[in-house]
Design a protein around this ligand. Sequence first.
Ligand code: ATP
Length: 311
Amino acid sequence: MTPSTHSPALQVEGLVKTFGTTTAVAGLDLTLERGQVMALLGPNGAGKTTTVEICEGFLRPDAGNVRVLGMDPVTGRQSVRNRIGMMLQGGGAYPGVRAGEMLRLVAAYYTDPLDPDWLLDELGLSDHVNTPYRRLSGGQQQRLSLAIAVMGRPELVFLDEPTAGLDAQARLAVWDLVRALRADGVAVLLTTHLMDEAAALADEVVIVDRGRQVAAGSPAELERDGTTEGVTLVVDTDVAPSLLDGVLGPDHTVTAGSAAGVLEVDGPVSPGLMTALCTALQRAGVQLTSLATRTRSLEEVFLDLTGRDLR
Ligand SMILES: Nc1ncnc2c1ncn2[C@@H]1O[C@H](COP(=O)(O)OP(=O)(O)OP(=O)(O)O)[C@@H](O)[C@H]1O
């Protein structure tokens, strides 16, 4: 099997994985291009970790096709492992080894490693170079395992909930590192429960539920999709919706809002619409006190698609 540099970083087609009577992954398709960040979002038990572990070559799929850098992650395991990065549980570190020592040991495996000191600094671990691994806090161990995962300049990195349990500062440091990887052309597949993380980092968000994709797109696309776009206007007097008759095209409707002085305009939002609304109010001598466009947050989209029941 010849590894291809033209293939997507990751291609998953019709992936199925069952454990006894549980179908963890029920026919999933994913394509992650090089230099892109994909976030898998899904409720507990949606099949995210199972998918990542299959892509890493730890689990065999029951059906479907997985190509990692153009290679089969099971039969091409050694070649794949040399070119991908993954965070191992427990950091893959010996308990007694010091953080700095560990990173230097890992760096020695590679011909062109990243600079361990840069990584320690990037991940806020410079003050813990001499701390034995077992004495690092959980969040520090997690960051060290991320440093180990990316040390060999991988082309594709798998990050399964990389910021779970991290404080706000450490989370931002991890985000910065993911952005730096992306800028270097590295592809990143991450799983997360944090909507802001997906929105901040991902070129593409794939929402999975019960092992299937229920939506995919950029964070902005997902926030727009399926919503009635529109504008909520608040004015300083009680006005009838008919005030806006004549300025709205066939794509727009206007209704009275929940309170006096509130008008809801439904339809596509554009600079032209905003200008037309302001002009109509000005002509009527009505003072605008608030104007807001309506989109759903990624969290609302997620809950609408996956429901509100606990799993
Ligand atoms: N080794 C296993 N044996 C039996 N069932 C398993 C095994 N691994 C996963 N499962 C089941 O497969 C389903 C998917 O689990 P998975 O860990 O992939 O979900 P997840 O999306 O990563 O969830 P979470 O957000 O809670 O981490 C779950 O119902 C889980 O209980």
